[in-house]
Design a protein around this ligand. Structure first.
Ligand code: NAD
Length: 277
């Protein structure tokens, strides 16, 4: 049965916050591109926007929040704590600076961007304080492998609501998915479209043909049916709309398997165990 039938559908996070299954990613956009893309996405029915302090475009998201007629409580805004701020022990002040740039009193989700060695537990304690202050409705992590989560969970009072990781048909990480599921952590996909490479995969093209959908829609739907929140990026109106056209069809179990079998354990981005920034 197709349970995800509307762009308005949300997933229940482990603290009761409800997050849209689909959001717009705004990595590598200027403030102005971000403002425009966010407004296009909101017009297309998106309610979730994913930025980070290191993207240097939180102000662009803030402008879109100010310009849209959609009430703030209907929107879901995510931003992320950068690594240098963890190292400097300035989680709380970095968070306030993000709020100031976003021109909002709260974010819906605040994420630890990367598991910085030696700071996993200390940072998480500050994240828990932020959650307690009510200025983030949920807190989570990004790029955490199971052993990073093990280290965090031993000391945590709050289980992360989300783990945002690189996830696409060439990097499925079944062990990470089952680990997060067992802990009640929802997985969220970054680079879900393999930074555009989904368009040139033959197997994905064949499925697109079969379902009368585009390669991007096939892969984004595969995310949803994995229980994975997805945040494709685009600045173009046609693609922003295309990427939202994933709630009116369902992949068969067999075709889910066909996509799963494309796994090559191949990253496009940095490895969480060896990143050096
Ligand atoms: P993506 O996989 O979403 O690919 C985006 C690119 O794919 C676009 O720039 C465009 O060239 C192309 N594209 C978009 N729609 C398309 C379509 N319908 N058909 C064909 N091509 C299309 O890559 P991404 O931007 O790396 O990831 C998405 C979001 O994830 C980012 O914007 C950011 O918000 C987040 N992210 C987070 C991290 C992290 O460390 N937490 C890292 C990278 C990205």
């Amino acid at each position: 049965m197709n349970t995800l039938t509307s762009i308005g559908d949300r997933v229940d996070l482990n603290n009761g916050t409800r997050m849209p299954w689909l959001g717009l990613g705004v990595y590598q956009m200027t403030d102005e591109e971000t403002r425009q893309a966010c407004l296009l996405a909101l017009d297309a029915g998106y309610r979730s926007l994913d930025t980070a302090s290191v993207y240097k475009n939180e102000a662009g998201v803030g402008q879109a929040l100010r310009e849209t007629d959609i009430p703030r409580e209907d929107l879901f805004v995510t931003t992320k704590l950068w690594n240098d701020d963890q190292r400097a022990g300035r989680t709380m002040s970095a968070f306030q600076e993000s709020l100031d740039r976003l021109e909002t009193d709260y974010v819906d989700l605040y994420l630890v961007h990367w598991p910085v060695r030696g700071h996993i537990v200390g940072t998480w304690k500050a994240m828990e304080d932020i959650l307690a202050s009510g200025r983030a409705k949920a807190i989570g992590v990004s790029n955490f492998l199971p052993h990073h989560l093990d280290e965090l969970l031993v000391a945590a009072e709050v289980v992360p609501a989300i783990n945002q990781v690189e996830f696409h048909p060439h990097l499925v990480q079944p062990n990470l998915l089952s680990y997060c599921k067992a802990q009640g952590i929802v997985v969220e996909a970054w680079s879900p479209l393999m930074q555009g490479q989904v368009a040139s995969e033959k197997t994905i093209a064949a499925l697109a043909e079969k379902y009368g959908k585009t390669p991007a829609q096939i892969v984004l739907r595969w995310d949803l049916q994995h229980g994975v929140v997805t945040i494709p990026k685009s600045t173009r109106k046609s693609r922003i709309e295309e990427n939202a056209g994933i709630f009116d069809f369902e992949l068969s179990e067999e075709d889910m398997g066909v996509l799963n079998d494309l796994d090559e354990t191949r990253r496009l981005g940095p490895d969480p165990d060896t990143f050096a920034f």
